[in-house]
Write a protein that binds this ligand. Structure first.
Ligand SMILES: *Cc1c(COP(=O)(O)O)cnc(C)c1O
Length: 395
């Protein structure tokens, strides 16, 4: 079976068919190629593969057919040339920095990025001569003035987690490109179903496949996407040498996840909007953060930049940590876990979990109050979720 040309098809078709090749057995679902190496028909073929004169598989740290199908499918869905899969979201981020930057280079990053990414920049990459300036996600003036002669990259997530603040990707792409910097977007929360950063000017898109791409909380994995020019030598080269490649089994699980991503994201968005609207009506809820609400300060930007508002929302209860913990402990349905993007709804208290390492002052600056609760809304019945939340809110 010849591979389909993704350019000729819509994204729903690509989600279920792009990148697939069938073996001589005629299997309908993709195979898991559980092999570490590949055999050559003779010594000359081995030599040609190693020299690069002939394309083909050598070793699964370099290429694997199941992993390649996942890469081609996700690239088709994001609308770009190339994808390289990685063993985790963090190794996708690491590979991007290590592949594209060198000692002495400077990064400007949003302050509201995944906590481990902050740790990677501050504690690990700083040892190798990379420096970072953190700025407010939607403070365009700050992004511009943080760029110096050594700056090579701007890095962000939008919407932010947990407060769902939104940055105008096109505007940041203009700022980056005016100074010959690359714009990197971690598109984990939206997925290509809700937001297409390449169409807005991003140069690199990163995924933690662990979240919505799998969507069922089973496997750790990640991906870096972009042009052949940016990926082929530097990022793929780093990955092949350093080794954080994706396992074929995990690639197969993510392939199954991509097939239902469109319908799952739509359901996550529908459910999250209903929960957010319900929360806004509750007496003991002080504030709800969700881009789909008219009360969200960037609701209009969210409407133009995203095709849906996502499954993550946060809210502040009246009171402090005691009241927030009481909502969490009164729940019998939400899973108490910091993970997100699962079919099962999850609930977390950022101040004492994902953001516990920050000083009180940093937490206040980041807007993470003691009364804040983050929800990742799953695919349960909304009436069951609101009944569960009502138990702790005492309304
Ligand atoms: C989880 C997450 C990561 C890290 O991904 P892992 O697969 O856990 O390594 C990076 N960015 C964002 C936005 C995430 O939510």
């Amino acid at each position: 079976m010849a591979k389909i040309d993704p350019k000729q098809y819509g994204s729903n078709t690509n989600a279920v068919r792009a990148g697939q090749v069938r073996s001589a057995e005629g299997e309908h679902s993709e195979l898991i190629f559980a092999t570490s190496s590949y055999v050559f028909k003779d010594a000359a073929e081995a030599a040609a593969r190693f020299s690069g004169d002939e394309p083909g598989n050598i070793y699964s740290r370099f290429t694997n057919p199941t992993v390649r199908t996942f890469e081609e499918r996700l690239a088709a869905m994001e609308g770009t040339e190339r994808c390289v899969a990685t063993s985790s979201g963090m190794s996708a981020i690491l590979s991007t920095f290590m592949g594209l930057l060198k000692a002495g280079d400077h990064i400007v990053a949003s302050r509201s990025i995944f906590g481990t990414t902050v740790g990677l920049l501050d504690n690990v990459l700083s040892k190798f001569g990379l420096t970072t300036t953190f700025v407010g996600l939607a403070d365009y003036q700050a992004w511009e003035s943080a760029i110096g002669p050594e700056t090579k990259m701007l890095f962000l997530e939008t919407p932010s987690n947990p407060l769902t603040e939104i940055a105008d990707i096109s505007r940041l792409a203009e700022i980056a490109h005016a100074k010959a910097c690359l714009l990197v977007v971690d598109n984990c929360l939206c997925t290509p179903v809700l937001q297409k950063p390449f169409s807005l000017g991003a140069d690199i898109v990163i995924h933690s496949a662990t979240k919505y791409l799998d969507g069922q909380g089973r496997c750790i994995g990640g991906a870096v996407l972009g042009s052949d020019e940016l990926l082929a030598e530097d990022i793929v080269g780093f990955l092949r040498t350093a080794g954080p490649t994706l396992s074929p089994f995990n690639a197969w699980v993510f392939l199954k996840g991509l097939e239902t991503l469109h319908i799952r994201m739509k359901a996550h968005c529908d459910n999250a909007l209903q929960v957010a609207e319900w929360l806004e009506q509750q007496d003991n809820v002080k504030r709800v953060y969700y881009p789909g609400l008219k009360s969200h300060p960037q609701h209009e930007l969210a409407k133009t930049q995203q095709s849906g508002f996502g499954g993550v929302l946060s809210f502040e209860v009246e009171g402090g940590q005691k009241e927030a913990w009481s909502v969490i402990d009164s729940s019998s349905l939400f899973s108490i876990t910091a993970n997100l993007g699962d079919t099962r709804s999850t609930m977390t208290h950022p101040a004492t979990t994902t953001h516990h390492r920050l000083t009180d002052e940093q937490r206040t600056e980041a807007g993470i109050s003691d009364s804040l609760i983050r929800l990742s809304i799953g695919l349960e019945d909304v009436s069951d979720l609101t009944r569960d939340l009502a138990a702790g809110l005492g309304d």
